[in-house]
Design a protein around this ligand. Structure first.
Ligand code: FEO
Length: 396
C-alpha cells in the first residue's frame, strides 16, 4: 500500500518507520523506534530530498513509484550523507540511472567512498539555487550539524525548509506525521534525546546555523527524523537555541556506579540533602542500569552534576568510565560538578574524576567525598557538604 503523504501541493513525505532497530548508530537506544523521512517534489522536474536507511528499500521504492506513475527522478538532493539517509542512493541510481546527484564539495568524496558513485554529480555552494519549475531549491551550508558535508534545502515559494537532522527526533510517526497530529508529550524525551545524543556535541555549529537560517520565513520544517514542524516551529527553534547555548534549568543529576550498594547509599544521602534544601528536579541514575543516552540527556537539562563511583581494579568502575568518556567526547559545557568515591583499599575513582573535571572544565563546587565501605557519620557530613555547596551554587 502507498503510504506517501502529500504535505504541500506537489511535495510528498516518503518516510519509513523503523520499529525493529534497537540501537541507533549501533549505540543509542530506540525504545520508541525512529522514522527516516525522505521527501519528493513533483514539478516540471522531479527531485528527492534525502533517502532512507537501506533496510526499508522495498516499501520506499513502492511508495516512490506509486506517486511518480512512471515519471523519472531528475535530481537527488543529498543534504546529509550519513547512511540512515543515504542508504537508498545506490538502489535509486539503478532505477533512475540518469538521475543527477546534488551535493556540495564535501558530499561527493563521501559518496564515492561509501557507494562508489562518481558520475552525474551537480555541485552546489552556499546560496546556489536550482529550479524545478514552480519550485526553487535554495541551498545553505550548515557544516558540522552534525557532519562536515551537511547542508539544508529551502523552497522559498512554500517557505519550506528541508533541515536534515536538525530539529529531528527519535520515535516513529505513529499515524500522524505533523507536529499537530502526533502526541508531542509522548515524544518529548525522544526529541530532546535526539538533540543531546546526536547533535549535542555541535552546539556552536548549531548556533551558527540558527543565525544563518534565522531570516528565512518558515511555514514548515521537514527534518529527516521525527514529526514535520508546521504549528510549533517557533517552539522547536527556541528549544534548539537553548540547547545549543548549553542553557540549563535548576536541577541536579546524580549518576553513580556501585557494586555492593555503598556508593549508591552515598548517592541516596546526597539526593536526600538536595531535596531537603529545596531542589525538586533531582535525577538519580545507576550507570550499570541506565544507558548513557538518558543520563546525558538529563545532564543537558540540569545545571548540577554529581558523580560517584566505587573503585574497580585500582581505577573507576567501567560503566562510569563509559559515561565520562562520552561526556568528554561531547565536550558538554556549562555545568557545576561535584564527585564522590568509595573504596575498600587503595581507591581509584577520585583521581579519574579529578582528571575528568580538568578535561571538561566544569566548575567543581565542593571537595570530593570518599568513604571506605559503609557510610560513617563523617562520610554523611561530607555528602551533606557536597549537597550544600551544589545548592548554594545553583541558587546563587
Ligand atoms: Fe540521521 Fe546524521 O543521520
Amino acid at each position: 500500500m502507498n503510504t506517501a503523504i502529500e504535505i504541500k501541493k506537489g511535495i510528498y513525505w516518503l518516510g519509513m518507520n523503523d520499529r525493529r532497530t534497537h540501537i541507533f548508530e549501533n549505540y543509542w537506544p530506540l525504545p520508541k523506534g525512529v522514522a527516516y523521512n525522505s521527501y519528493l517534489i513533483v514539478d516540471e522536474k522531479v527531485a528527492i530530498v534525502d533517502t532512507v536507511e537501506r533496510s526499508h528499500m522495498d516499501n520506499y521504492l513502492e511508495n516512490l513509484e506509486a506517486v511518480l506513475q512512471g515519471r523519472k527522478v531528475d535530481y537527488l538532493i543529498v543534504n546529509h550523507m550519513e547512511p540512515d539517509h543515504s542508504g537508498a542512493i545506490k538502489t535509486l541510481l539503478c532505477h533512475y540511472p540518469e538521475m543527477t546527484v546534488v551535493g556540495n564539495a564535501k558530499t561527493f568524496p563521501m559518496l564515492a567512498n561509501y557507494y562508489g558513485v562518481t558520475r552525474n554529480l551537480h555541485e552546489v555552494k552556499e546560496g546556489d539555487t536550482l529550479s524545478l519549475g514552480t519550485h526553487t531549491l535554495a541551498f545553505y551550508m550548515v557544516p558540522m550539524l552534525h557532519w562536515p558535508e551537511t547542508m539544508v534545502t529551502y523552497i522559498p515559494e512554500e517557505q519550506l525548509l528541508f533541515s536534515g537532522d536538525a530539529f529531528g527526533a527519535f520515535g516513529t510517526l505513529d499515524g500522524g506525521i505533523f507536529d499537530d497530529q502526533v502526541d508531542l508529550d509522548y515524544l518529548e524525551e525522544e526529541i530532546s534525546r535526539y538533540y543531546s545524543n546526536i547533535v549535542g556535541k555541535y552546539g556552536m555549529p548549531a548556533q551558527a546555523a540558527l543565525k544563518k537560517l534565522g531570516g528565512l520565513p518558515l511555514s514548515m520544517i521537514c527534518a529527516t527524523h521525527g514529526p514535520i514542524w508546521r504549528t510549533h516551529i517557533a517552539d522547536i527553534i527556541a528549544r534548539y537555541d537553548k540547547w545549543s547555548k548549553y542553557e540549563t534549568d535548576e536541577g541536579v543529576v546524580i549518576a553513580f556506579s556501585s557494586m555492593y550498594g555503598h556508593t549508591e547509599q552515598m548517592a541516596e544521602v546526597i539526593g536526600r540533602y538536595l531535596g531537603e534544601m529545596g531542589i525538586k528536579k533531582i535525577r538519580i541514575h545507576d550507570t550499570s542500569k541506565t544507558h548513557p543516552s538518558y543520563i546525558i540527556n538529563d545532564i543537558f537539562r540540569y545545571k548540577g552534576v554529581i558523580l560517584g563511583s566505587c573503585a574497580y581494579n585500582g581505577g573507576i568502575f567501567p560503566t562510569m568510565e563509559t559515561l565520562l568518556c562520552e561526556l568528554e567526547n561531547m565536550g558538554v559545557k556549562n555545568h557545576c560538578l561535584a564527585y564522590f568515591g568509595n573504596k575498600t583499599w587503595g581507591g581509584g575513582a577520585i583521581p579519574r574524576f579529578k582528571a575528568f573535571a580538568e578535561k571538561i572544565k566544569w566548575e567543581v563546587v565542593a571537595e570530593p567525598a570518599e568513604a571506605c565501605g559503609a557510610m560513617k557519620t563523617t562520610d554523611a557530613e561530607q555528602c551533606k557538604a557536597i549537597a550544600e555547596a551544589m545548592v548554594a551554587k545553583l541558587k546563587a
